[in-house]
Write a protein that binds this ligand. Structure first.
Ligand SMILES: Nc1ncnc2c1ncn2[C@@H]1O[C@H](COP(=O)(O)OP(=O)(O)OP(=O)(O)O)[C@@H](O)[C@H]1O
Ligand SMILES: [Mg+2]
Length: 335
């Protein structure tokens, strides 16, 4: 049967509204499909049935959309076309093309733009507000001016950090299919990051313990791996420490057969299990207010995940409320 060659689900319905034919994609989509059944038993959507009636009565093809919600949300573009065959008389062909992926991508893009706009709008509104105050009420107030300029500087930095992170994400996305292969010494990368973070660590009363071999070479991209550790160690300092005590963060890495396994562990408040699967989504934050107050944009772990994937590695997050968190990355050593 020629219809079998179609990869999309296809049904042929007679003028009497019975099912004449269905290809295997159609039977896979609707398992209770039976030739000879009234079409109302197979395709139950009132919109599809109305369209079949319309095409049979007018002879004009129609295009409709169908949103199926059971068992999961799925979207289809449906073409209902008249077919006149000597043997069958007037009938219609119904072809369903699934567009769920396209719909989801559209929604993600819209959400993404809404998120970016929202993240930029907040610091921008604050900047605009301070400019106005400095032009008016606080014009001659030297102390207020100094304080406001400090806040404005912070907000401007926040916006530029957000844009840097977005650009890094899109750069890595563009090159995701090209695995980086330069030899990179992870021990050096971690040293660089921890040296740069000494001041922040002091502010959080934290000691960063590093347990790594003198040199640990992996195929990769040095800048990306720097960013990865900056994010993980930065998060451990920001969210994995408690203000009323001396804190510890452990960074370790070792070779395990064909992999380099590295982890960043903190002993802070931890993350509730319901948040774990969503942590690497862009802009996802457990507690948005705290993250924002600490200068976070919610893009750090999205970057970590992308960088890991770019290196063909795996990211695992384990955490327990009250017992801290551990972020483990497994990178393949084979080029
Ligand atoms: N070590 C950790 N302990 C507890 N919570 C964490 C830890 N690391 C991350 N989180 C939570 O996960 C959220 C997402 O982290 P992510 O690094 O993606 O964003 P961010 O740190 O808020 O912003 P950015 O990294 O862009 O500055 C954080 O807001 C925080 O709530
Ligand atoms: Mg972060």
């Amino acid at each position: 049967m020629v219809f079998e060659t179609f990869v999309d689900p296809l049904f042929v319905v007679s003028g009497e509204r019975t099912l004449l034919s269905a290809n295997s994609a159609a039977r896979a989509l609707i398992p209770f499909t039976r030739i000879g059944d009234p079409i109302t038993l197979t395709l139950r959507s009132p919109d599809i049935l109305a369209s079949i009636d319309h095409v049979l009565s007018t002879g004009e093809a129609q295009k409709i959309e169908w949103h199926d919600t059971v068992p999961v949300d799925r979207y289809f573009d449906i073409r209902v076309t008249p077919l006149t065959l000597d043997r069958l008389g007037h009938s219609v062909v119904i072809v369903l093309r699934e567009i769920t992926d396209i719909r989801n991508a559209e929604r993600m893009r819209a959400d993404f733009i809404a998120n970016v706009s929202h993240e930029l709008r907040t610091p921008l509104a604050s900047l605009a507000g301070f400019i106005e105050t400095l032009q008016g009420a606080a014009q001659d107030d030297v102390i207020a001016r100094k304080r406001f300029l400090g806040i404005m500087h912070e907000q401007a930095q926040r916006m530029s950090r957000l844009i840097d992170d977005l650009l890094s994400l899109s750069r890595i996305e563009q090159r995701e299919h090209l695995r980086p292969r330069d030899p990179v010494d992870l021990t050096q990368v971690v040293r660089n990051v921890t040296d740069g973070m000494n001041l922040i660590a002091q502010r959080h009363q934290s000691l960063i313990g590093v347990d790594m071999p003198d040199s640990l070479i992996v195929p990769g991209d040095r800048d990306e791996l720097l960013r990865l550790f900056e994010n993980l160690i930065g998060n451990a300092l920001k969210y994995g420490t408690r203000p009323d005590q001396q804190n510890r963060i452990d960074v370790s890495a070792y070779y395990d057969s064909a992999y380099a396994i590295m982890s960043v562990r903190d002993y802070g408040p931890g993350i509730a299990p319901e948040h774990l699967p969503r942590l690497t989504e862009r802009f996802y934050r457990v507690d948005a207010a705290t993250s924002r107050a600490r200068g976070g944009t919610g893009l750090g772990l999205a970057l970590v995940k992308h960088i890991t994937t770019h290196h063909r590695g795996r990211l695992e997050i384990s955490s327990e409320l009250g017992n801290g968190s551990c972020f483990t990355i497994k990178l393949p050593l084979t080029v």
